[in-house]
Design a protein around this ligand. Structure first.
Ligand SMILES: CCCCCCCCCCCCC/C=C/[C@@H](O)[C@H](COP(=O)(O)O)NC(C)=O
Ligand SMILES: Nc1ncnc2c1ncn2[C@@H]1O[C@H](COP(=O)(O)OP(=O)(O)O)[C@@H](O)[C@H]1O
Ligand SMILES: [Ca+2]
Length: 544
């Protein structure tokens, strides 16, 4: 759809808003007069004739680079103010069309303590003026405590059926609150109890994020940058993308939903240490990250995981998830075909038992970990070992610390997560892993790393006497070594779940394909021209 003239054409999909202006005498504008008309064959096509001093400005997006979006004004002159008014109304009406899926009413949550504590100012200075330009009606809520936003959502104090979207101004933790509140409300509204292996229901409304936090992973991964104006523009344009969500169970009880990282060992210890250093702001993660690195702790555990049935799709396949990604589109289609069908997971009952594991371990060709091994049935695999880190990511987790992300080829909406297990290794080896992660360099030749694309996984720490028995198996381990082993196995870490600590180490996790929609479109492929970027993904027209 184009607004075209003698000298320019504007793509209405990328119009942010329109406003009346006084055109300065010498400005280089496009102008039109009485003969202007809407071309019936090309919707919203307007021809312009040069005349008159009055006018209006159409604000459109530009792409200055590095995935950032900015605004630019294109001004038009009119013969008289009534004509000017007519054009403004016509464009506004066009933008309100259902085909564009633009939000008209939003609830905005601002966490005043996020990141460098600038969320309120960022919102007032940069976001609100653009929402006003786009005629978006906003209900503004500044959170007063942790879980304030979540509680308002669960109790339906905001009448969610009357709004088009929720926006959080803050970090990943703030998003997580809003996500959990929205999904819990949606389940309760349908009288669905959130329990072991229940099927969560997709909400009707989208969530937008304005980055004002410490890591801003979700924003970075879904837009390619962490930039306040860019995220605001994605919301205004009505972008939409479905992202995978995990349900996390602790001791077989559902506890919460997550979308970025579940990390045990290094990432869990880092988070736990950083939690009482919030006064440091975002740099708390570098400080605690260095401490956890120097501690070089490793933890015994058993991981069971169910591999993705698509064996062509793998964490090291070098297929990037860009806007309009084929892999995510196919996963989304097959997901909607099987709506609300409960997937029966094969294998849980057929997993080998501990005594068989110990037998396996005797014959296993362990790598750098002194005690590790794996065996499989058709879908499920089990690994037991001593790990510096067990990380599972549902999206690549790009962020400023690591622009390529924890798993650069992970997909936003393929219904899978990438499981990265780092076996016990030296500090030098772990540093190599961290640096390669930060730079997005090849890691598959590091022999202490295992990476798999999975649908679900469970973890339990090996701490009990029976576990000790299984680890030491029937080997003739002297009593003194057994005591040392017991001391080591009794040590456990915590889980980092989207930046929240889960203290209990025994968890199970399932991924739900594209369960929520965000106001975003994924990272635009930088090798494409701007018009190709526009056309490769027209998320706004999904429902047209
Ligand atoms: C020496 C070089 C260090 C390089 C580190 C490479 C790994 C970086 C991968 C980062 C993955 C971040 C996953 C995101 C997690 C967020 O949900 C969470 C919460 O973010 P928030 O505080 O709410 O913004 N942040 C953290 C650090 O746990
Ligand atoms: N008003 C508030 N006071 C204290 N904590 C809050 C408030 N609002 C939200 N929170 C909590 O603060 C935590 C961190 O918020 P977040 O916006 O992610 O910032 P950051 O990225 O700096 O961690 C989240 O767990 C969120 O639940
Ligand atoms: Ca995924």
């Amino acid at each position: 759809m184009y607004l075209s003239g003698h000298e320019a054409s504007l793509d209405l999909r990328e119009v942010v808003g329109v406003k009346a202006v006084k055109i300065p005498a010498k400005s280089s504008t496009l102008s039109f007069g009485k003969n202007a008309k809407v071309d019936e064959n090309v919707p919203y096509c307007i021809e312009m004739q040069p005349i008159g001093p009055l006018g209006f400005s159409v604000v459109i997006i530009t792409r200055p680079g590095n995935h950032r979006w900015r605004c630019k004004q294109v001004s038009f002159q009119c013969k008289d103010s009534s004509l000017c008014h007519q054009w403004i109304t016509a464009i506004k009406e066009a933008l309100k069309s259902e085909a564009f899926c633009r939000p008209k009413k939003l609830v905005v949550f601002v966490n005043p303590f996020s990141g460098k504590k600038k969320a309120v100012k960022l919102y007032r200075d940069k976001v609100l003026p653009l929402f006003e330009l786009a005629d978006i009606h906003v209900t503004y809520i500044e959170t007063e405590r942790q879980n304030h936003a979540r509680d308002l959502l669960v109790q339906n104090s905001l009448d969610l059926k009357r709004i088009d979207g929720l926006v959080c101004v803050g970090g990943d933790g703030m998003f997580s609150e809003v996500l959990n509140g929205l999904l819990t409300f949606t389940a309760h509204d349908l009288h669905i109890e959130e329990m072991d292996r229940f099927e969560p229901v997709a909400p009707d409304i989208r969530i937008g994020i304005i980055p004002a936090g410490s890591t801003n992973t979700i924003v970075y991964t879904t837009t390619g940058t962490s930039d306040v104006v860019t995220s605001t523009l994605h919301i205004i344009l009505g972008d939409q993308i479905g992202i995978d969500v995990n349900s996390v169970n602790v001791n077989d009880q559902f506890v919460r939903y997550s979308v970025t990282l579940l990390g045990y060992g290094y990432m869990g210890d880092l988070l736990k240490d950083s939690d009482n250093k919030r006064w440091m702001g975002p740099s708390r993660y570098s400080w605690s990250g260095t401490k956890s690195f120097l501690a070089n702790n490793a933890y015994y555990g058993e991981i069971k995981y169910r591999l993705s049935s698509n064996s062509d799709s793998h964490p090291t396949d070098a297929v990037k998830c860009y806007s309009g990604c084929d892999i995510c589109s196919m996963a989304g289609q097959s997901n909607s075909r099987s709506t609300s069908k409960v997937e029966i997971s094969a294998g849980r009952d057929t997993d080998l038992q501990l005594d068989e594991q110990s037998d396996f371990m005797k014959h296993s060709n362990s790598q750098s970990s002194d005690l590790s091994g794996s065996y499989s049935d058709s879908n499920w695999r089990t690994v037991i070992g001593k790990f510096v880190a067990v990380n599972s990511v549902t999206m690549s987790c790009s962020c400023d610390l690591s622009p390529p992300g924890m798993s650069p080829y992970c997909h936003l909406g393929d219904g899978c997560m990438d499981l990265i297990m780092v076996s016990q290794c030296s500090r030098i080896e772990f540093l190599k892993f961290l640096l390669r992660t930060a730079k997005g360099e090849e890691r598959k030749n590091l022999d202490f790393i295992q990476m798999h694309r999975v649908k679900e996984f469970s973890f339990r720490p090996l701490t009990e006497d029976s576990d000790l028995l299984s680890i030491s198996s029937e080997e003739n381990i002297p009593q003194s070594k057994k005591v040392k082993l017991k001391r080591q196995t009794s040590r456990t870490s915590v889980w980092n779940c989207d930046g929240e600590v889960i203290d209990q180490p025994k968890i199970s996790v399932r991924v739900h394909c594209q369960l929520v929609k965000l106001f975003a479109r994924g990272v635009e492929d930088p090798s494409l021209q701007d018009d190709q970027k526009r056309n490769c993904c027209s998320p706004s027209f999904d429902n047209s």
